[in-house]
Design a protein. Sequence first.
Length: 433
Amino acid sequence: MNFKTLILALSALFCITFSSSVLNEVFGQIGVYKRDTISMEAGRVNDVFYSLKTGSKIQQMRSDWDVQFSTHKYDVTIRTNGSQGVALYAYPNSGLAGWNSIDTTGLFMWPVLYNSDKDWEMGAFNANGTGSELDYGWGVYNMISHNIVGDSLFVIQIPVSSSEFTFLKLWIVDKNPTINKYTFKFANLDGTNENEVVLSCNDYETKNFVGYDFKTKAFVDREPASADWDLQFTKYMTFYENIMWYPVTGLLQNYNVEAASYPLVDTTFMDFTIEALDSTNISTIGNYWNNFNGTSYTINDSLVYFVSDQESSIWKLVFEYYTPSSIGKIGFRKMLLEDHANITEAGGVSNGKVAISPNPATSSTQLLFTANKPGMAQVSVINLTGQTVYTQNISYVSGLNTSNLDVSNLPQGIYIVSVRAGNALLQNKLIKK
């Protein structure tokens, strides 16, 4: 999954979102704080998948999987459960010919491979790549079959208790993207108890990943549908101060979610920019909102986040407390700033609204919209007698866009702003002061 879909399409070519200052959401009006709390339970043993829009909290045990595979047809990400003690080593002594004679001499001197905490698609297995565009870490793209064919062997450490581990040898044999299937093999280091497993990702197509537990030899369907959550409260590995890998508790953003961090500001801060929203770093929120002083955790009280959720609605997020030692509670308040959720899908003319801010406007205002691919649109301003008093052609990119609209020469009054792209027509009222 190498791109981000921000919003439901209004047509095959174009989609536009809108906000309303009077729309009531599940958790109240725009511009009103709502407090919420999640619990990861004692010891922070659970992940919580959270929806900003609905407040839904889906809790899942974190220790029930060892590796997880991307379910997207054209993605080859394989991740490990590093924060639970899973450690992955690329076998340095031979290629695939060494499968039957694994030599683990010096194992603990081999570098451990962990997932990136910045990118969902850079899993621990993918970190073994050479840098070639055809090398995905565990395998290489075959230009004839179009399969990704495993070319590396791995040794993987699997926790069986809080203080006990077992080691397996592991070979990701291939992935056939046409039918969206992985094949992998694993066995004890001495070759006993060898298993070959086939994973059909089509069985989990609404999820980002599906897990596998080597202890039970079973797939683990633990994630909610990707469209149903924005933030994952979890424990993950981070490269602490560029010195060592270390487990931390924090938040990771879903594929379809962007965030911006504003440190060293008062929590009343509101002056964010859309351009600051970052979809490439999944730990923009991360664990930066809390500080550990050696004995206890405190909240960073000069930090504000702004988040664009699955439907591109904009939220403000401020953390208030963290009690990790008891039931793993995290308290925060959120504020809906712009609602882009209620979009009318139409293959033709739509009565949806384009966001306009500020509105009323004196000299200039901005149009806010998203598109699922680049294109051109015509912006028109129409007075109440039906006359078009302003037109402008604009280009837009895939994703969230803003376009300036100069209204300085318009007389005071009420206007209709119209945006047309192909057969999609969206309008909203503009008040010129």
